[in-house]
Design a protein around this ligand. Structure first.
Ligand code: ZN
Length: 383
């Protein structure tokens, strides 16, 4: 197996090809044309939103997808309290996420005069995750396929938000993806809906939901909500630490080392290793190596996940793989695995408390899988 000499992505990574010179297509910027077209489109829509006045068709100027994390809390406060937008704050209650964000949402409701809506569909989203985790991956695969469970979960609730905005005649949907996520997200609502249909078929949606989406697919362009990514406008200034400091000063943020923890994180790693021989955050780790190698300003984080400079990422990836696949197969000594996992997460920059918490969630992987109805397979069975 060969590794890219710059970012250490493997030649087997979905959607990535290694050239004769040992440099991968992401490092050669072969994909730059697509990415720039996507940036141009998202920039145009954002500028149109920035110039727009109040929505003449309803009570809200935008539907704001609010997770309770730092990025979305920061922008919700700005849109409402500084820009005077009439905002419908939409939160999808993802049953796999830690309850920590709930505290930030409570603080926001006290201090930000928006309309807050909380939506949920536990049965629907669990069906999507069960289906994608049990289904064999389609080889050779395309870009981001190693994150398909995570991408599918987000598509599921973005589609619910699109439907909500469409039915309530809200012209814009605000998504606070960080600058790296923006590059990999579909921004045209018709394409988001079509992509989900292609991946999961119609059977995962109720008849009523399907009928609404079909109306949406055949609607006139100016009746469709448009997705905007506000971080596009200042992507070179994206600075998570400054945002957290401002929010904390305003009493809008209760930080935690486990802020963005998803209880499916162990299963997401299992999926990536089983099907694509990589850890879940491999693209982020590769991006980090690329910027350390090429960019004088590498200390600034341009995405949510930070990697310590000194961490031996390829080594960590192989050690984590061995533990994850052993746990999936029910092999190994739990005490040894616990020590190894805590060590790995500390090398990745987690504090002692967060590292122990994460290790416990990995040791619990078989129970989490059983609860969701996921049949754990071995790497040999998947090959
Ligand atoms: Zn590379």
């Amino acid at each position: 197996m060969a590794l890219c000499t710059i970012c250490a992505l493997k030649d087997s990574h979905p959607g990535v090809a290694l050239g004769d010179d040992g440099v991968c297509s992401l490092c050669r910027l072969d994909v730059a044309g697509d990415l720039l077209a996507n940036f141009a489109y998202t920039n145009r829509v954002f500028e149109e939103f920035a110039r727009s006045g109040p929505n003449p068709h309803g009570d809200y100027d935008c539907l704001f997808m609010y997770s309770g994390g730092k990025d979305s809390t920061y922008l919700l406060d700005k849109f409402v309290n500084e820009d005077g937008r009439r905002v419908l704050s939409y939160t999808f209650d993802v049953p796999f996420e830690s309850t920590h964000a709930a505290e930030n949402i409570r603080l926001a409701r006290e201090r930000i005069p928006a309309t807050f809506v909380i939506d949920s569909d536990d049965a629907g989203i669990k069906t999507v995750l069960r289906e994608v985790l049990n289904r064999p991956a389609v080889k050779p695969g395309t870009y981001l396929d190693e994150k398909l469970p995570c991408v599918s979960c987000r598509s599921f609730f973005v589609i619910r938000a699109i439907r909500y905005a469409f039915l309530h005649r809200i012209p814009y949907i605000v998504l606070c993806a960080d600058p790296q996520q923006i590059l990999t997200m579909e921004s045209d609502v018709r394409e988001v809906v079509r992509g989900f249909y292609r991946a999961f078929g119609e059977r995962l949606l109720s008849a009523e939901f399907r009928a609404d989406l079909e109306t949406l697919l055949f609607a006139e362009d100016d009746e469709l909500p448009r997705i905007i990514f506000p971080f596009v406008a200042n992507r070179y200034a994206y600075d998570p630490e400054r945002m957290v400091a401002e929010l904390t000063a305003k009493g809008l943020y209760a930080s935690s080392p486990l802020e963005t923890h998803c209880t499916l994180f162990p299963l997401l790693n299992y999926y990536s290793y089983l099907n694509w021989d990589c850890m879940f955050y491999k693209l982020n780790a590769a991006s980090h190596r690329r910027s350390v190698r090429r960019n004088e300003n590498h200390e600034r984080s341009t995405f949510s996940i930070a990697f310590p400079r000194a961490a031996d990422l390829p080594g960590i990836e192989e050690r984590l793989k061995s533990v994850v696949l052993d746990l999936a197969a029910g092999r190994g000594d739990a005490a040894v695995q616990q020590r190894e996992l805590v060590g790995i997460f500390e090398e990745l920059g987690a504090g002692a408390e967060a590292a122990r918490f994460l290790a416990a969630s990995f040791l619990d992987m078989r129970r989490t899988a059983a609860e969701l109805g996921v049949r754990l397979r071995t790497a040999e069975a998947a090959a």
